[in-house]
Design a protein around this ligand. Structure first.
Ligand code: BES
Ligand code: MN
Ligand code: ZN
Length: 503
């Protein structure tokens, strides 16, 4: 697939492309919009902007665009003015979103985006965030569309070629390498979530994870034979109804100075399709359950980002890949399985499968790697959508410090989380009459009892569970995402690692 966008860097004095994007603050009452005075070549734009802005009553509100094309006295073919809102709010602007809005306007062709406003040049970080937003906005999943929507005679859509005109081009070029690493990680996660479930089963998913080897990640695939030998019977039970073999993939990135330093660990739910099994789901919307591997996709995308930018940290990524199908061989409500931890689980509802997968992978990771912390991601419960909608992921944690660091990384990246309670008092809801625990406690506090279940498979390790059923898939359009699978969590966890765990 051709990249829909390419981003390069130039200086303030270099030649402008046929399309020019200028960042402009909201004007004070009856004043003209001020254009970046630092950049000499755009001085001639002021009269045309002033005239059109007043006719269109354009006031440069944040992320609002004004497009001028073909004006006779314009020194370029097309000028796009992007609003920054009030000048005193400059440091509060989310440049990632703004970058997304710009990429939405510049869908094709060559454009120069001037990284300055009337007051000053953008900092390298601000300009890099602009570029990140552009990359995030540009991702498209259209590989299965063989009929293009271009009308007869219209040229096929070309990629956008954006040059960022910056005050310190060398520094920005360097920063853009990390931007590309993270954006590539997000796009990889999105791609995995978007792929249909006939194309991407557990084995195909594992093959995709193996491609991380190119970046220096060690990748170990545990197939069904290996999983049986290890004793992951909770995970294997979920896959019984599917002809597709279960897989667990362990990815190791050793970027710390000391290769023996304690790693951090990320664990993902990878149900490549969730029919519910014998407790089968209703038909309406079941196709969305191809996204029930968004947690695992995030872990793979995150490892891609970390390895690609050579993060100075040791990381374990672990994903449990299974397909949950109804069949003569499928697991039944009433079955009792013995998990890797030795705890027995009574299956009440075969649709509460994600926690069974995670129970064994969490136990395995802490036993084998003794990580500094484990964060798991899972499209675990419909109930988290009832509680938080699609604005926040549910955060559950046994450690306040880890929880507050994740919360802060969420605010910094816009991938926000909301902490939910863990409490012994909920345990009785999942105590089983016949086994140590049951896999469903019914409707009340559905997301909390799911988290409470997972916690029984965490042994003293600092741990956080992110329920991403609302944020990882079926995503609404935003300035920075037009993809059904959002790649949610890659940026959040990359930031968590960068801010606290790199040596
Ligand atoms: N994969 C689903 C949760 C889900 C729902 C993800 C909507 C994305 C969007 C999960 O396996 C599931 O089926 N959970 C059940 C649990 C119940 C049976 C205790 C649910 O949420 O209904
Ligand atoms: Mn389910
Ligand atoms: Zn599921």
């Amino acid at each position: 697939m051709a990249e829909p966008i390419s981003i390069s860097v130039q200086g303030f004095d270099d030649a402008l492309a046929p399309t020019v994007v200028l960042l402009v603050h909201e004007a004070e009452k009856d004043q003209a919009l001020a254009i970046p005075a630092l950049v000499k070549s755009v001085a001639g734009f002021a009269p045309a902007i002033g005239r059109v802005a007043s006719i269109e009553r354009y006031t440069a509100k944040l992320n609002a665009a004004l497009v001028l094309s073909g004006a006779a006295d314009l020194p370029c073919e097309r000028l796009i003015v992007m609003g920054l809102g009030k000048a005193d709010a400059a440091d509060k602007i989310d440049f990632v979103k703004l970058g997304g809005a710009i990429a939405g306007k510049v869908a094709r062709g060559a454009a120069t985006v001037v990284a300055a406003h009337a007051g000053s040049a953008l900092s390298t970080v601000q300009a890099a965030n602009l570029a990140l937003g552009m990359r995030l906005r540009a991702y498209k999943f259209d590989k299965y569309k063989t009929v293009t929507k271009t009308k007869d005679g219209e040229p096929a859509p070309e990629a956008a070629e954006i040059a960022l005109a910056a005050e310190k081009p060398a520094a920005l070029r360097k920063a853009l390498k990390d931007v590309a690493s993270v954006a590539d990680g997000v796009d990889l996660a999105r791609e995995l979530v978007n792929e249909p479930p006939n194309i991407l089963g557990p084995e195909e998913f594992a093959k995709k994870a193996k491609e991380l080897k190119k970046l220096g990640v060690e990748v170990e695939v545990l197939d069904e034979k290996a999983l049986k030998k290890i004793g992951m019977k909770a995970l294997l039970g979920v896959g019984l109804g599917s002809p597709k073999e279960c897989q667990v993939v362990i990815m190791r990135w050793s970027g710390a100075k000391d290769p023996q330093a304690q790693p951090v660990a990320f664990v993902g739910k990878g149900v490549t399709f969730d029919t519910g099994g014998i407790s089968i789901k209703p038909a309406g919307g079941m196709e969305d359950m191809k996204g029930d591997m968004a947690g695992a996709a995030c872990v793979v995308g995150l490892l891609h980002a970390l390895a690609s930018r050579k993060a100075k940290v040791n990381v374990i990524g672990a994903i449990g890949l299974v397909e949950n199908m109804p069949d003569g061989k499928a697991q039944r409500p009433g079955d009792i399985v013995t998990s890797l931890s030795g705890q027995t689980i009574e299956i009440i509802n075969t649709d509460a499968e994600g926690r069974l997968v995670l129970a064994d992978v969490l136990w395995y990771v802490q036993r084998e790697y003794k990580p500094a912390f484990m964060v798991n991601l899972a499209t675990l419960t419909g109930a988290i959508l009832v509680a938080l909608g699609q604005e926040h992921a549910g955060l559950f944690s046994n450690t306040d410090e880890l929880a507050s660091r994740i919360t802060a990384a969420g605010l910094a990246t816009g991938e926000r989380v909301w902490r939910m309670p863990l409490d012994k008092a909920y345990d009785k809801i999942i105590d089983s009459k016949f086994a140590d625990v049951k896999n469903s406690g019914g409707r009340y506090a559905g997301s909390i009892t799911a988290a409470q279940f997972l916690q029984r498979f965490v042994d003293q390790c600092p741990w956080a569970h992110l329920d991403i059923a609302g944020t990882g898939m079926s995503s609404p359009d935003t300035e920075t995402n037009r993809s059904w699978g959002s790649g949610w969590g890659v940026r959040l966890l990359d930031r968590l690692v960068a801010d606290h765990y790199e040596s």
